[in-house]
Design a binder for this molecule. Structure first.
Ligand SMILES: Cc1cc2nc3c(=O)[nH]c(=O)nc-3n(C[C@H](O)[C@H](O)[C@H](O)COP(=O)(O)OP(=O)(O)OC[C@H]3O[C@@H](n4cnc5c(N)ncnc54)[C@H](O)[C@@H]3O)c2cc1C
Length: 334
């Protein structure tokens, strides 16, 4: 639909990844603020069931671009298919999750259409009808307000959203399933210049914390690297991932890919346990959208308690082992 806002889903094993629904939630918010219709786009091969999953959300339509050339993922067919879809339908804004795939193919899409692309957006607001997108360049040292230079003129604008910036659970469900519209795109003439030989999940040490349901994050309060094991044990007992505040990573007690915050990862797990973390703003921006936040800190005035659902004021060296023991008992593992 001309003038619409599109939310582009990303599939994994034929199903929409969670970040797809974060993108839908952001598109719904933008659509509401601008008074524009919101549609989703699902691209893949044999992707109808993924389109049906997305169609449960409150959307004008789900556009399904289904072509064997779209599986496995390679950038040429994705960029070509979306170029043609945009040319045919003239959406105003196209929103993507800021995934590795999106980083790969959306810049070439934007170049092909001579359109702007604001990437890795953490928030947006609408000022006098114009969206202002916030991104954090230089490892989160700055907040930059970005406005498309061509606002007000015809043409498409591309935006990608940092994982966790918007909540998948905020994506409103529709009263009835949205209509699935098959977007006829002919990729028959397209030469795919890359071939997928193998896919792998980064190196073992690289952890995508945005996928974790439970995160136990440890801060400077732990004092020494040798003491990390008590927190690691709690994370293991909960079946969660171990993460950290910046000083822990700066001290190389844990690798950088475990850091949460403005210069680390942005996460929104169901449960976030902050152990010996004060709650500096640079940490909070990375985890404040978590479902339930529990903080353990010996300082009752620590700012982390302001964003916590449950707070335990106490010495982490007493509280954490006791909690681990209780979790193990509850899970029948003690
Ligand atoms: C540009 C920039 C980017 C940054 N990016 C990030 C980022 O991405 N992520 C991030 O985390 N930080 C970031 N920071 C750093 C941030 O400002 C804070 O310095 C940092 O988050 C503090 O980490 P912390 O809470 O672990 O340590 P502290 O602030 O030192 O807090 C330690 C806490 O542990 C508690 N404590 C101590 N002993 C115990 C005990 N025995 N039991 C219980 N509690 C105890 C203390 O009461 C205190 O609240 C950034 C800073 C800048 C300037």
């Amino acid at each position: 639909m001309a003038g619409a806002i599109w939310a582009v889903a990303q599939l994994e094993d034929g199903r929409p990844k969670g970040v797809s629904f974060e993108t839908v939630a952001a598109a719904q918010k933008l659509g509401e603020a601008l008074g524009k219709p919101v549609e989703a786009v699902v691209m893949g091969s044999g992707a109808r069931s993924a389109a049906e999953a997305v169609a449960a959300k409150e959307l004008e339509a789900v556009r399904l671009i289904d072509d064997p050339k779209l599986d496995p993922y390679t950038p040429d067919p994705y960029a070509a298919a979306m170029t043609r879809a945009v040319e045919a339908e003239s959406p105003d804004y196209v929103l993507f999750p800021h995934t590795y795939q999106v980083r790969d193919w959306v810049p070439r899409l934007a170049a092909a259409l001579d359109a702007g692309f604001v990437s890795d957006v953490v928030a947006f607001r609408v000022e006098e009808g114009t969206p202002v997108f916030v991104r954090q360049p230089y490892q989160g040292k700055l907040n930059a307000d970005c406005v498309f230079a061509d606002e007000g003129s015809d043409g498409v604008r591309f935006v990608s959203l940092q994982a966790g910036a918007y909540l998948a659970s905020d994506a409103a469900a529709g009263d009835a399933a949205a209509e699935i519209v098959e977007q006829e795109i002919d990729l028959g003439d397209l030469e795919t210049r890359t071939e997928v030989v193998d896919t792998f999940q980064e190196v073992v040490d690289k952890v995508d914390l945005s996928r974790a349901d439970v995160i136990v994050a440890v801060g400077r309060g732990i004092g020494k690297e040798e003491r990390l094991d008590i927190v690691r044990e709690l994370a293991d007992a909960l079946g969660g991932q171990l993460a950290a505040s910046r000083p822990v990573c700066d001290n190389e007690w844990l690798p950088m890919d475990r850091q949460i915050g403005s210069s680390g990862q942005t996460v929104a797990p169901k449960l976030y346990l902050a152990v010996g973390i004060s709650g500096a703003i640079q940490h909070l921006v990375g985890m404040k959208n978590s479902g339930t936040i529990v903080a353990i800190n010996k300082d009752p005035n620590a700012p982390i308690f302001a964003v916590s659902d449950y707070g335990i004021v106490g010495d982490l060296f007493e509280v954490v082992p006791a909690l681990t023991q209780k979790v193990k008992e509850a899970r029948g593992a003690a």
